[in-house]
Design a binder for this molecule. Structure first.
Ligand SMILES: Cc1cc2nc3c(=O)[nH]c(=O)nc-3n(C[C@H](O)[C@H](O)[C@H](O)COP(=O)(O)OP(=O)(O)OC[C@H]3O[C@@H](n4cnc5c(N)ncnc54)[C@H](O)[C@@H]3O)c2cc1C
Length: 253
């Protein structure tokens, strides 16, 4: 382990879904000093933590890069809005919190195309290790990990009616979209804990990782220029680096 307080064994850039997980795992042994850098601010915006608040932050330049795609020739050269988290937790702080891993065959296809180590049998142990599945551990799920995965606390009558209507058309009920098959109708599980969003930043903190996190100040100037760029029709993401790594301040631990 490095001895100097300002030197690190690893620097992870981007405290999003992947960055928080990588920094958390690297630092949990206590053997390494890890610095996690984030271009966006801390996750203090209350709408981040209310799962339905993602509709608020879908177009909030303070926590969202608000990218726009290049013109798409196959869409009559239209551009498409591309939201991405610019905040501690990254896009896991502004996403829909649905816990959906994809099918085993997706991963096996990647392996077949040469992506060694990404076949289903290789990745499943890591999914299980990450998970704290509310329903308990099973062949396809893990418990005791840092990422809380929970059922919705209440099945609303309207949502139930939609599921039942789908079943009446012959679509099978699926109690677990991360179970043996993905096809069907039913209720998602969510990365939510005690009715609050459980972003990768929360998972990392829960992990008690001793890494140091530096995020940018939430700069009003940056937010303003980002909004202006959005209303100009130019690419707002290009304005965002005004809240830069040069304005880093320590957060958490
Ligand atoms: C609106 C929306 C809804 C979604 N809903 C779901 C869902 O319900 N379920 C699901 O599984 N997935 C969902 N996704 C997708 C999922 O959230 C993303 O695929 C995932 O979070 C991406 O993780 P990542 O680590 O690749 O990137 P991110 O989580 O985006 O992390 C990248 C981080 O790097 C930071 N960064 C960038 N450049 C720099 C720099 N130069 N220096 C320092 N930091 C930098 C960014 O600010 C950001 O924090 C959704 C995505 C969106 C946009």
């Amino acid at each position: 382990m490095a001895e100097d307080a300002d030197t690190y064994d690893y620097i992870v850039t981007g405290a999003g879904s992947a960055g928080c997980a990588v920094a958390g795992r690297l630092s949990e042994s206590g053997r390494f000093r890890v610095l996690l850098l984030e271009a966006g601010p801390r996750d203090t915006n209350p709408w981040i933590h209310i799962p339905l608040g993602y509709t608020k932050n879908y177009t909030n330049p303070k926590v969202n890069w608000m990218f726009e795609s290049e013109p798409e020739p196959n869409l009559n050269n239209r551009t498409l809005y591309q939201p991405r988290g610019k905040v501690l937790g990254g896009t896991s702080s502004i996403n829909g919190t649905v816990y959906m891993r994809g099918t085993a065959s997706d991963y096996d296809d990647w392996r077949q195309r040469g992506c060694e180590g990404w076949d289903w049998d290789s990745v499943l142990p890591f999914f299980k290790k990450a998970q704290n599945q509310e329903r308990g551990a099973s062949e396809l799920h893990g418990s005791g990990g840092p990422l809380h995965v929970t059922d919705i606390p209440h099945e609303w009558p309207l949502a139930k009616a939609c599921v039942e209507a789908a079943m009446q058309t012959g679509i099978p009920y699926n109690p677990d979209f991360n179970g043996p098959r993905q096809e069907g109708t039913g209720f998602y599980q969510f990365t939510v804990n005690n009715r609050r969003r459980w972003s990768s930043a929360q998972s990392r903190a829960d992990n008690r990782s001793p890494s140091r996190v530096l995020s940018s100040r939430s700069s009003p100037a940056a937010a303003t220029s980002s909004r202006k760029a959005a209303s100009d029709g130019s690419r707002p993401g290009a304005a965002a680096p005004a809240s830069s790594i040069s304005q880093l301040l320590p957060v958490a631990r």
